[in-house]
Design a protein around this ligand. Structure first.
Ligand SMILES: NC(=O)c1ccc[n+]([C@@H]2O[C@H](COP(=O)([O-])OP(=O)(O)OC[C@H]3O[C@@H](n4cnc5c(N)ncnc54)[C@H](OP(=O)(O)O)[C@@H]3O)[C@@H](O)[C@H]2O)c1
Length: 342
């Protein structure tokens, strides 16, 4: 199955919590590339910030608190676009208000918070999905398909890296906002390996913590003993890296071109001497995840079959394990003696 066309998804009215950078890209995707619209935006830091966003992006309503937006009966779906430390709080508020929710990646700061969100959504019967947008992109559908039909045989190795030069971005260096490379950037290579291979049997990680306490870089090896496969994954927020992904199989390999988690191209090279290229480039790309939410909610689903809540919990559990291995703890986490850090 190829990625469903975003424009064909049912129309809903979105409200956005957090009037920041990524919310602008999401608003552009919904407005330009789906039948839905963004009808409201809220900023916890004040209505002026929300109003400036609304004026710039053509959003009709601006609120100075998340609660006000969530009380608006004309909002059907909510997009949580805040910093990692504060995904679960607004998500829980939205669920309590009976709204369906798309939560930016990383889903939460740790698995405990993720479980709270999942439990609340299931109890309330509302739809929730992590905004791991790469899973919904055309090339990722095509990758899953070619692997399922055995084009490269059995997967033996996955390599993926995600590095950006973000030394100038304050929130990335702030441990109170759960900054650092892993939650922001490393989640993509992890989600990529998880999409193809599932939960690893063992994880080995080396991290480089910086002076503020956040991780500047992390390298991870996932071993899938039961599958006979390994994944080698790296992330850094201190340099722009190629951001390519490579999948090696018993009958060929795939090179996913820069940037592997954005709409992109890939080439399949088979051991029989044949090769072919897929072009999944499209503008923006967030419209595919937004349309997935709309289709699922319209169908009465409480979660997406493309990216389930169990998969989001698994990814958070993997990241907790990486964090335990590299000693990455945020200020609002308080382990007892002998407890794991997170
Ligand atoms: N999918 C992607 O490609 C992608 C790309 C970039 C980022 N993201 C994700 O999107 C989320 C937001 O990233 P962003 O770059 O948009 O962040 P941002 O613009 O720096 O901040 C987003 C919002 O978080 C709140 N916030 C920011 N700094 C804060 C602080 N010091 N104290 C309290 N609240 C603060 C503000 O909410 P109010 O407006 O309500 O005050 C702000 O508008 C992160 O989870 C990130 O991983 C995803």
């Amino acid at each position: 199955m190829s990625a469903p066309l975003p424009m064909s998804a049912p129309a809903f009215r979105w409200g956005i919590l957090g009037a920041g950078g990524i919310a602008r890209k999401f608003t552009d995707a919904v407005t330009q590339h789906t039948a839905s619209e963004v009808v409201a935006v809220a900023a916890a830091s004040g209505v002026e910030r929300a109003q400036a966003f609304a004026d710039e992006m053509g959003v009709p309503k601006a609120y100075g608190s998340y609660e006000q937006l969530l009380a608006d009966p004309h909002v059907d779906l909510v997009y949580v676009a805040t910093t990692h430390n504060n995904h679960h709080g607004p998500a829980l508020l939205a669920i309590e208000a009976g709204k369906h929710v798309l939560v930016e990646k990383a889903f939460t700061q740790n698995e405990k918070q993720a479980q709270l969100v999942v439990d609340a959504a299931r109890a309330k019967g509302v739809f929730v999905m992590e905004a791991m947008w790469a899973r919904h992109l055309p090339h990722q559908y095509a990758l899953r398909e070619l692997i399922a039909r055995g084009e490269i045989g059995e997967i033996v190795s996955v390599q993926a890296d995600h590095g950006q030069a973000l030394s100038h971005v304050e929130r990335m260096w702030n441990p109170a906002l759960a900054g650092g490379a892993l939650l922001d950037l490393g989640v993509y290579p992890i989600a990529f390996a998880h999409d193809l291979l599932g939960v690893p049997d063992s994880i080995t990680s080396v991290g480089r913590l910086r002076e503020t306490g956040v991780d500047g870089a992390v390298s991870m090896v996932f071993d899938y003993a039961s599958l006979g496969a390994q994944a080698s994954l790296t992330t850094t927020m201190e340099a722009r890296t190629p951001c390519v992904a490579l999948i090696g199989g018993t009958e060929g390999f795939v090179t996913v071109d820069r940037t592997f988690y954005n709409p992109t191209t890939f080439t399949v090279t088979r051991d029989d001497g044949t090769s072919w290229t897929y072009d999944g480039t499209v503008p923006n790309g967030f419209q595919f995840e937004a349309a997935e939410v709309a289709r699922c909610v319209d169908a009465g689903l409480a979660e997406s079959p493309v990216h389930t809540l169990e998969q989001s919990l698994e990814i958070m559990r993997i990241m907790d394990e990486v964090r335990n291995q590299i000693g990455l703890i945020y200020p609002n986490e308080h382990p007892g003696p002998g407890d794991p850090l997170v």
